[in-house]
Design a protein around this ligand. Structure first.
Ligand code: FAD
Length: 405
């Protein structure tokens, strides 16, 4: 019987794991199935661009997985049973349950696995703030970004947009909207000071860019309520908003928390250096859905910059354990944080291996070009998760016999 590997989620992390594993292992020995709600690979790092009205390249997952032997199931994961080793699926919405390189046309709503890779990513975190669900938009997913795009299109000149959240996503969203819609009044509400985790050079560049784009920055503004036409801060201030964009961090899907997997306080699956669950050896987790230690023991940041290397680490570890090979030992480390500021500007904050800002932070048009290359590179790496040819290795008899690793 073949070893059944099921990958949940085909974002940056999940699609990379599936493609890399399918290229490493012999098709006679393994079945690799990827489950995703959408038939396309979504470049989530560009959702603020979608909200600002830009069209992205269409990237069908069936093309990305073509020739690998991996099967794509377009469905929504509703539950995981780590005791029975099954995954429950529901229709993703719309026609067609199965797509892809070797599309499966059955209607079964349960998948059994021998090895599970959990890569369901994240969504916008409301942090329990009243009014977010009813009144705020977000750029954390494609449906959310498309809704925001449509709402922004309805705004007439002078319309007020407030982006809440001073992290990378909030900064990118505010500058993208302000650049695309110079007729709107765009504001950014940040809890501390603008870019306070960045170097002095980067902070200076951010302030200059926001001045140029006409973005008003509300600092020390802890938003406690979102209304239909305003946001209210803890300090008692009211900031008028025809549209509120909530970009105050990411939250993970509750599916993992509902299992006996060991999860963090935020619900991320706790994994070791090989991206294997510390509680269940037949489960791996990667990307935003996983909590892994980076260099110096600091947790890896929810980011594409972490998700793709985590995916390589997981795929190579699974392949090594199944084939009796050597476990990978590449340390996961950071190099930079690339922050787009519209299409013409960006700032590249150089960082230490554990993601602390170094003094250097080049910005401007060249930096914007570099950031664009990084985004293109990320999508390229998803489609080419193993850029060199390898021999597909056979699964060892022991791994076959035990099914679990
Ligand atoms: C606007 C924006 C800008 C960003 N910019 C950057 C940046 O510049 N650099 C950077 O490093 N990071 C950036 N990020 C963060 C980055 O996008 C995420 O960290 C990254 O996408 C995480 O990858 P992932 O594979 O874990 O999750 P995702 O990319 O979110 O993929 C998860 C996949 O799982 C699928 N899925 C979810 N739930 C289910 C379900 N129940 N059933 C089936 N499938 C499901 C989704 O459809 C999706 O395909 C940005 C994020 C946003 C929103």
């Amino acid at each position: 019987m073949k070893h059944r590997i099921v990958v949940l989620g085909a974002g940056y992390a999940g699609a990379s794991v599936a493609g890399r594993l399918a290229r490493r292992l012999h098709a006679d020995d393994v079945d690799v199935t990827v489950v995703n709600t959408e038939p396309d690979f979504v470049e989530r790092v560009r959702m603020h661009q979608v909200a600002a009205g830009q069209e992205l390249r269409h990237r069908p997952l069936r093309d990305i997985l073509a020739g690998t032997g991996a099967t794509l199931r377009v469905a929504r994961v509703t539950a995981v049973d780590v005791e029975r080793r099954t995954v429950s699926l529901a229709a993703a919405g719309g026609a067609g349950q199965a797509e892809g390189a070797a599309a499966r046309a059955d209607d079964t709503d349960e998948l059994a696995y021998d090895t599970l890779v959990y890569a369901l990513g994240s969504s916008a975190a409301a942090h329990g703030v009243p009014g977010v669900g009813e009144h705020a938009h977000d750029v954390a997913s494609r449906p959310g970004a498309l809704r925001l795009r449509d709402r922004l299109a309805e705004l007439t000149p002078g319309g007020r947009v407030v982006v809440v959240g001073g992290g990378l996503t909030g900064i990118e969203a505010a500058s993208e909207i302000a650049e695309a819609r110079g007729d709107l009044e765009v504001a950014l509400a940040v809890r501390g000071e603008l870019g306070d985790w960045l170097s002095t050079a980067a902070q200076r560049h951010l302030r200059a860019t926001f001045d140029r784009l006409g973005v008003t920055v509300h600092e020390h503004a802890d938003v406690e309520r979102v209304g239909a036409a305003e946001v209210l801060t803890g300090g008692g201030a009211t900031v008028p908003a025809d549209v509120t964009v909530w970009a105050a961090g990411f939250a993970v899907h509750p599916i993992a928390t509902a299992t006996s997997l060991q999860v963090s306080a935020r619900g991320q699956i706790v994994v070791d250096g090989t991206m294997r669950s510390v509680s269940h050896p037949d489960v791996y987790a990667v990307g935003d859905a996983a909590l892994a230690d980076g260099p110096l023991g600091t947790p890896l940041r929810m980011s594409c910059a972490s998700g793709i290397p985590m995916a390589w680490q997981a795929a190579d570890s699974i392949a090594a354990r199944l084939t009796g090979g050597k476990l990978p030992s590449t340390p996961l480390r950071y190099v930079h944080q690339c922050i787009s500021l519209g299409r013409q500007d960006a700032v590249i904050q150089l960082v230490t291996a554990d993601d602390r800002a170094r003094p250097a932070a080049p910005g401007g048009r060249l930096a914007a070009g570099y950031k664009e290359l990084v985004c293109q590179g990320a999508a390229f790496m998803v489609a080419h998760p193993l850029p060199y040819p390898v021999r597909r290795r056979r699964v060892t008899a022991t791994a076959h016999a035990t099914a679990s690793l």
